[in-house]
Write a new protein. Structure first.
Lengths: 112, 554
């Protein structure tokens, strides 16, 4: 899926991260990336490294927060969880996404 | 809100950069470890698992880069880096840097100096409230080849004071040196004779005491005077007891009733009166002359007015024109004079007066503009000079730049870096020029005044207009100076560079630009020199006319 990895739009990746953290918190970068791959049924294979700029972006906006912890392999790593603002944003972003998807569906539907 | 939070955290990230880099590295290391574990659990060897992990992760360098771009202000950090690099380059060649900076400083300094003079005489408004409401009065005759006349006599002043529809306040003034007693001898002090509504019109409250009002400006009233802040400082050491004390002007006592704030100069920006007295006292301070008695034979005042709120200049003009005839009849006892005036459609008119009135303006408008153009030409010359210097310097670095291009640097990036170098030179040159400019301005002002005008003072201090001008000139000169060399130096690919070997074989096109620059330089220099030769005699003409006009007004 070569170049399509960069096509996983920033916005959708953000929403996926938020939903993942809603379901399971706290998680570190590896955990989030892995779970996204699982939930999407391996149809999305992202460069797992791209998760980090996305996490930074979300943290800058104040939607998620991070804490230092120890990973399963005894390494120092950051664990992320949703913030109060992030929880509110999930509903907003989900609605946004569904609206866009519905509009696109109308465009793509065969006209009768 | 999100945007604000992001901005704040970007700011915060500017500090403690190395620590944050380490944080990301820790995260990445932990991530890779877990991926490796996963692959080993699937049965791969440790080495294979590691490789698979790296593949899954994607580019580490790319991740670090996107992270950094997200984190701080990458453009700003890039600019800071370019600045450091440029200053290093400049420090390595101090001779060139000094030459470049001095060249620019000379051009910029001269330009700034002339522009501040221009600003002071031609552009700057009076430092009073709502200066745009002020208008300068004039008398217009259809046969006036010299344009309108700004001089008024006492009869017209008094008549206009009575009929000033369209104007809220109307006043006359005349600048005049006074003979003031100081330590049993008389000293000449620059002063002004002003009518009753003068201070009211300029709407600047006194810092002590009160103004001269219309009540003070009636025949036979007490002789009163208002001081400027600088005179209060030098003569009375800012003692509040100055109010009520007496000043002896032309051997007669004047009571001081008020002090004006610093920065107040009346209605003429090129004259700084220290003492203001009312018009009716003119025969006293002007003794033995008496301009008021000479009536319509003596045109010794200028007049200004403040338009009533809501009245446009056109309406005020119309109002003036309508009262002109009436005033003519009322003030001039000479029937022949009146008939002559009527034949030539004599009327009063008003022109915008936010900058007050100064006779220097008409006299010096053209020479100032000429000098300004000359200095701009000089600056252009300096820039072209600098451009060829920079081109020679860039040519020496062509190989380095071509290599960097081959390694993947974008041309834009390299040009940016070179431009930052010229920006640095421009900034240094501007700084040096600004330091020298005030001294040059003062010198130029002295040349203009030529020792002929009494107490003409030009405030050539830097105000925001001048600073804006300097900033624009600095930026434009940076681009002029730096862009062409930068574009030239990055135009050759590495292949061509290597092919041309140690001796650069330039194509015909390559030689054209330097030759063009050189001919432009010579042409400008020649025309500048010849313009200089013509300017000196022209300037002496003007100094002659100043002394003539200053004799007329005194």
């Amino acid at each position: 899926m070569g170049d399509n990895k960069s096509d996983v739009l920033q916005g959708t990746l953000d929403l996926m991260v938020l939903k993942t953290l809603e379901a399971m918190s706290p998680l570190h970068g590896y955990g989030i990336a892995r779970r996204i791959e699982q939930v999407s049924g391996d149809s999305i294979v992202l460069n797992q490294g791209t998760i980090y700029p996305a996490l930074l972006r979300l943290e800058q906006r104040g939607w998620i927060k991070s804490e230092w912890g120890t990973s399963e392999t005894n390494r120092r790593a950051r664990f992320y969880s949703l913030s109060r603002i992030g929880r509110k944003k999930i509903a907003e972003e989900t609605e946004n996404w569904e609206r866009i998807a519905a509009t696109m569906a109308r465009f793509l539907a065969p006209s009768n | 809100m999100d945007f604000l939070r992001t901005l704040l955290s970007r700011f915060a990230a500017l500090a403690g950069r190395p620590r944050r880099d380490n944080d990301l590295d820790d995260d990445i290391a932990a991530h890779l470890d877990l991926l490796t574990e996963e692959h080993m659990a699937d049965g791969l060897s440790e080495a294979d698992a590691r490789r698979a992990a790296l593949r899954d992760f994607g580019g580490i360098t790319q991740t670090r880069e996107s992270y950094r771009i997200q984190r701080g202000f990458p453009r700003l950090e890039q600019f800071a880096r370019d600045l450091r690099y440029a200053s290093r380059q400049l420090r390595r060649t101090p001779g060139f840097t000094l030459t470049a900076v001095l060249t620019l400083a000379l051009g910029l300094g001269a330009n700034t100096a002339v522009f501040s003079l221009l600003n002071c005489i031609l552009l700057r408004p009076l430092p009073v409230a709502h200066s745009e409401e002020l208008a300068v009065l004039q008398t217009v005759r259809n046969d006036d080849e010299h344009g309108s006349n700004h001089s008024f006599g006492a009869p017209f002043l008094r008549a206009l004071e009575r009929h000033h529809d369209g104007f809220e306040t109307i006043a006359g003034y005349s600048t005049h040196p006074f003979q003031v007693r100081s330590n049993s001898s008389n000293v000449r002090v620059p002063g002004a004779i002003v009518s009753g509504q003068f201070f009211q019109m300029l709407e600047t409250p006194p810092v002590l005491g009160r103004w001269i009002t219309p009540l003070d400006d009636r025949d036979g009233q007490a002789t009163v005077a208002v001081l400027s802040d600088s005179y209060w400082k030098t003569r009375f050491q800012r003692d509040p007891a100055a109010i009520g004390s007496t000043l002896t002007i032309a051997n007669k006592p004047f009571t001081i009733i008020g002090v004006m704030p610093p920065g107040f100069v009346g209605a003429d920006p090129t004259y700084r009166p220290e003492i203001y007295v009312p018009v009716w006292a003119e025969p006293i301070v002007d003794a033995p002359y008496n301009a008021i008695e000479s009536g319509y034979h003596s045109w010794w005042m200028r007049m200004l007015g403040r338009r009533a709120p809501g009245v446009s200049l056109d309406r005020a003009n119309a109002a003036l024109a309508s009262v002109s005839d009436g005033i003519l009849v009322e003030s001039i006892p000479d029937a022949k004079w009146i008939k002559d005036a009527r034949t030539h459609h004599f009327r009063f008119a008003a022109e915008p007066g936010s900058r007050g009135y100064s006779y220097m303006r008409d006299t010096f408008r053209r020479p100032l503009v000429v000098v300004f153009v000359l200095c701009s030409a000089m600056l252009l010359l300096a820039c072209i000079n600098l451009a060829s210097l920079l081109m020679a310097r860039a040519a020496a670095r062509e190989r380095e730049l071509a290599t960097r291009l081959a390694l993947g640097a974008s041309r834009l990036r390299l040009v940016q870096q070179l431009l930052v170098e010229s920006l640095l030179i421009a900034l240094l040159g501007t700084g040096a020029g600004l330091l020298a400019a005030p001294a040059v301005s003062r010198f130029l002002a002295a040349v203009l005044i030529g020792g002929n005008g009494d107490y003409v003072s030009l405030d050539t201090s830097l105000d925001f207009r001048v600073l804006v001008f300097v900033a624009i000139v600095a930026v434009v000169s940076t681009l002029l100076v730096g862009l062409v060399p930068a574009m030239r130096a990055t135009s050759k690919g590495l292949n061509e560079q290597i092919k041309s070997g140690t001796q650069s074989i330039h194509s015909r096109q390559h030689r054209l630009l330097p030759r063009l620059l050189m001919s432009m330089q010579v042409a400008l220099a020649l025309s500048w020199c010849s313009a200089q030769a013509c300017w000196r005699p022209a300037c002496s003409d003007y100094t002659v006319s100043i002394s003539a006009s200053s004799r007329r007004t005194s």
